[in-house]
Write a protein that binds this ligand. Structure first.
Ligand SMILES: [Fe+2]
Ligand SMILES: [Fe+2]
Length: 416
């Protein structure tokens, strides 16, 4: 069986611009699971059909089917029985591998181990507590960025654990999702570590998503998606509910992690280029490396689901995906307006908008959708270099001390 891999580096979308609209893979017919669903003891939560297509006669999976299916047959799991969603084979067996791309990403991510307190924060503490080094707007940038991220990664982790995990029905992707959830916990730890180290008002930062509109709007947009999937009565298996799962994946991997994070990342890294808050930027740098892999993994999941279930990716769903990414971009531009109304060195809302449009175009391309914005040039090429360097240096073969010293970015002013 031909396996798909939609991996693209941050620059590949640009390098392959002439062919970017062509599908990366040819849809391959998927053999549905052949193991019949056995009689199971009555489930406490009856399956709820969110919606059913006229030609869709599948029975939605229920919580507990995992367990029932494990002992439904004495036959060993065949690779073609595995599926991204609505799989009725035993989900507890990693082998035989079908989704090799997911396993390879898991192995790669496993080598990314780092800890926030391995990055010394003393220089940033000195800058933050000194008069006259940071402008008021720069202080607001740091606080708003840390305030958004202080809860944002928890939203992502909750979406995985409370929503996605039980609905993605193969052990390879589930293994990666477990690791991603752990990395999101580490990211929340890193932001808390920065906030505590800098002596910020913790309750202000951790309540920002409820008290600052532009932060709250992004969080509410994400939470709405999680609330659908985390409903214990929600199950996939119908046209409408399968589409809701796909929407959730697009929301989190293309918008929340794929757009909502990028204004904050760019702002903090921009300050570091001016020699300000360099250690906070190093924390962000480590997180960006993880996030880049999360986005690529999510795109793989979305495209694999599309390949296995081409009926889901009709004109209506494509329009929905475009609308969601556009909504996300507008919310992120609002966040930029709110966070740096006058701009900081070399960075303003207009440039940020162009950058976000450039990023959004890449998300469209990755989903084999047409670009929606006239933003052919990245105004912050150093962001791409940062992400790419992090991928290319032997992060995955070194410990954190090595890549802080030998493989990291030189943050001196003018180095980029
Ligand atoms: Fe994260
Ligand atoms: Fe993430």
């Amino acid at each position: 069986m031909r396996l798909a891999n939609w991996d693209t580096s941050e620059d590949e979308a640009v390098l392959n611009s002439e062919t970017r609209h062509e599908p990366v893979v040819e849809p391959t017919p998927i053999t549905r699971a052949v193991t019949p669903t056995p009689p199971v003891s009555p489930s406490k939560s009856a399956p709820i059909k969110v919606g059913t297509a006229d030609n869709d006669d599948r029975t939605p999976l229920r919580v507990g089917d995992d367990l029932a299916n494990a002992f439904a047959t004495t036959q060993r799991v065949q690779v073609d029985e595995k599926a991204m969603i609505n799989c009725r084979a035993d989900l507890n067996q990693l082998i035989p591998f079908k989704y090799v791309w997911a396993w390879e990403k898991y192995l790669l991510a496993r080598k990314n181990h780092w800890m926030p307190d391995e990055i010394p924060m003393q220089d940033d503490i000195t800058q933050w507590k000194s008069e006259g080094i940071l402008s008021e707007e720069e202080r607001q940038v740091v606080k708003r960025s840390l305030g958004f991220f202080a809860t944002a990664d928890s939203l992502v982790a909750n979406n995985i654990v409370l929503g996605l995990y039980r609905l993605i029905t193969n052990p390879e992707c589930r293994n990666y999702l477990l690791l991603q959830a752990s990395e999101e916990a580490l990211h929340t730890h890193a932001y808390q570590y920065c906030i505590e180290s800098l002596g910020m008002e913790e309750s202000e930062l951790f309540n920002m998503y409820r008290e600052i509109k532009s932060v709250g709007d992004k969080s509410a947009w994400a939470l709405k998606q999680t609330s659908l999937l985390s409903d214990p009565h929600f199950n996939t298996g119908t046209l409408a509910s399968d589409r809701l799962l796909l929407e959730n994946l697009i929301a989190y991997y293309c918008v929340v992690e794929g757009i909502f994070f990028y204004c904050g990342f760019a702002l903090i890294l921009s300050m570091a280029r001016e020699g300000k808050m360099i250690n906070t930027a190093k924390q962000f740098e480590m997180i960006m490396r993880d996030e880049s892999m999360h986005i690529n993994f999510g795109l793989d999941m979305i495209n694999q689901i599309k390949q296995e279930n081409p009926h889901l990716w009709d004109a209506e769903m494509r329009e929905t995906a475009i609308r969601m990414i556009k909504e996300g971009l507008e919310l992120e531009v609002e966040f930029a307006h709110d966070t740096m109304p006058s701009g900081i060195q070399g960075m303003n809302v207009e440039l940020m908008t162009t950058y976000l449009q450039y990023i959004a175009n890449r998300r469209f391309t990755s989903l084999q959708l047409p670009e929606q914005y006239d933003a052919p040039t990245n105004p912050f090429p150093w962001m791409t270099r940062t992400i790419d360097q992090q991928k290319q240096v032997s992060f995955f073969e070194q410990n954190v001390a090595d890549y802080q010293i030998g493989g990291g970015i030189q943050w001196d002013k003018g180095d980029w």
